[in-house]
Design a protein around this ligand. Sequence first.
Ligand SMILES: Nc1ncnc2c1ncn2[C@@H]1O[C@H](COP(=O)(O)OP(=O)(O)O)[C@@H](O)[C@H]1O
Ligand SMILES: [Mg+2]
Length: 350
Amino acid sequence: MGYLSLKDVTKRFGDVTAVNRVNLEVERGECFSFLGPSGCGKTTTLRMIAGFEDLDEGELSVDGKVFSSSYKKYYLPPEERDFGMVFQAFAVWPHLNVYRNVSFPLEIRKLPKHEIHERVTRALKYTGLAKQENTYPKQLSGGEQQRIALARAIAINPKVMLLDEPLSNLDPKLREEMRFEIKDLQRKFDLTIIFVTHDQAEAMALSDRMLVMRDGTVQQVDTPLGIYDRPENEFVFSFIGLSNFIPVESNGKGFFVRGAEFSGDPLLRPDKPGKRFKMACRPSEISLARGGEGVEATVARRTYLGDMVDYLATVGGTEIRIQKPRRDALLDEGERCRLTFNKARWFPSQ
Ligand SMILES: Nc1ncnc2c1ncn2[C@@H]1O[C@H](COP(=O)(O)OP(=O)(O)O)[C@@H](O)[C@H]1O
Ligand SMILES: [Mg+2]
């Protein structure tokens, strides 16, 4: 059993099932992300872990101890769970300086003065705020304010850090920097982190493992690479990175892109039985060349993306996106070309 364990966890708001029988095991010391579109139930799941919401069904335990259970009619209040939390909005107290923003929750817990000082100093040091301890939040940038919230969460010595889109209100450059800082804090404080985001790049960069959610249900739990390379369904594939879904059909002798003439050797080989599929490929997994083997196509559009060139090719009526490094031979718009598919995943098609 994992360190943090969710069994059949369900939450309803009226007719809406926000979280639907979620099963999940998070290991100690792991940085684990919840990824999914807005409204899929990430925050609700996190709030049930924190204890701000009770669950309608299921059980939630940490380190072998039950925290919420519909079976045992048990619910441990949030203040007894020892979790650190950081939210999307910069939740700082404007009338307290940086030091007191971090020390205040510890004062409420009536910790000894010297211990408060030790913990606050350490948390400020590791979040790069030591020099600003006497400053008030309004004099600080958004990034620095979010660091206060992180420092405050760390100073609690939390069992688990729960972060709900903590970087969404920061500008892109700072957001990227903060990702590294959060990874750093995870290592230094040996934290177990649950990180909620709708940003796939953020989840890929931060996570040891991640959960992809849709409509309150678990779609896949895997490492970032596993999610990218071995998506369990179409939703996961299309939510992560750029995707092509190419209709593919067998004529009895071989498979071809639907609507395009079948010619030469069958180049497409599904890894499962069936006659019709959607072949899923990333734009980088398709080769495009002037001649040679492959499926015949036409270059419909060419766009430069810095070091990459983005092509839109058409095969029959199907549009296919392909990305190649700019140093590769260029093809022109309108030119005939050949496509080879270096990697594909096969999904059912009607
Ligand atoms: N307090 C609430 N009352 C009613 N519906 C809610 C409440 N909180 C969340 N929901 C609904 O539950 C679903 C999941 O919401 P949420 O967990 O906030 O999603 P996410 O964080 O993934 O965007 C949504 O349909 C949302 O409207
Ligand atoms: Mg949310």
